[in-house]
Design a binder for this molecule. Sequence first.
Ligand SMILES: NC(=O)c1ccc[n+]([C@@H]2O[C@H](COP(=O)([O-])OP(=O)(O)OC[C@H]3O[C@@H](n4cnc5c(N)ncnc54)[C@H](O)[C@@H]3O)[C@@H](O)[C@H]2O)c1
Length: 304
Amino acid sequence: MSAIFQKANTAVITGGASGIGLALAHKCVGYGMRVVVADWDTGRLDEARRSLGAGATALRVDVAKTEDWAALKTHVVRELGGQVNLLALNAGVSGGGTSFNNSEGEGSGVQGLETWRKVVDVNFFGVVNGITTFLPLIREMVEKKEEGKEGEEARIIITGSKQGITNPPGNPAYNASKAAVRSVAEQLSFDLRAVKGVAVHLLIPGWTWTPLAGAVGGKAKPEAAWTAEQVVEFLEGKMREGEEKGDEKKFWVLCPDNDVSEETDRKRMLWTADDPVKGRLPLSRWRDEYNLEFEAWMKGRGGL
Ligand SMILES: NC(=O)c1ccc[n+]([C@@H]2O[C@H](COP(=O)([O-])OP(=O)(O)OC[C@H]3O[C@@H](n4cnc5c(N)ncnc54)[C@H](O)[C@@H]3O)[C@@H](O)[C@H]2O)c1
């Protein structure tokens, strides 16, 4: 039985009104947990309130705005008594485009500054704001336990992306924001290494069929993509596995999808990590001159 997915526990989930966040909210409500969903989209929030029922409250929060985080904290103190067992910093947006073009393909010469700011504000500062707002509360909560008083377990789940690790061409603001998210999550995990009862997980979904990744206008899910529910099942499985092995601080939750196995991901990541080591040109995986070498790497042991 997971220490977190339990009836008396609570969850705060940003971007919780859609996709992976909503699937996580349903999982928590299913365990009888009290859930606060924080999202920016009022239409999705209304729908989430209806589908999640009485176990959840939903608040309009722009994760980029510190004043909205202050209001969320007040809400959490009022609704959950300040108890946060699961903090999911998950809200995200995509930017699209390239270094030369914005997402509409307009060749303005550079990716629009507005896109850069929005993507970094939501994806990166959305995580940083969440940490700075809730970390003191969470530390206080779990450290009570260390003093032998009644305390709580907590997990901070931060949603990253493979794009923040392998940096595929296109969507430069998104990739940069997710690389920064990875960095912050790693630092947080390290800084909390000696604090018992709390762990940080970097959730790295594969292709997941959500609005952010193409699930709009009633389009059918492509075979290759996972559902948001599959991602959340995988996350719970990894968390439980870590706890059972006494390794609850296990950090990486690297999700496959129906097209890309964990082994393929690991080989791709090792190839990317080798670019600076070998002095290859950046994004070598996608450059013609490295095609044959990359194919051979993937067919072989790929550094594993
Ligand atoms: N879907 C994928 O294939 C995939 C792959 C890797 C990583 N991710 C990451 O997973 C996370 C969840 O995305 P998803 O795929 O479930 O997409 P989604 O679009 O279904 O959900 C994202 C949610 O974030 C909310 N949001 C956006 N901006 C916000 C803001 N400023 N304040 C508060 N909420 C805001 C949206 O309203 C939406 O409800 C994101 O961080 C995304 O980058 C997704």
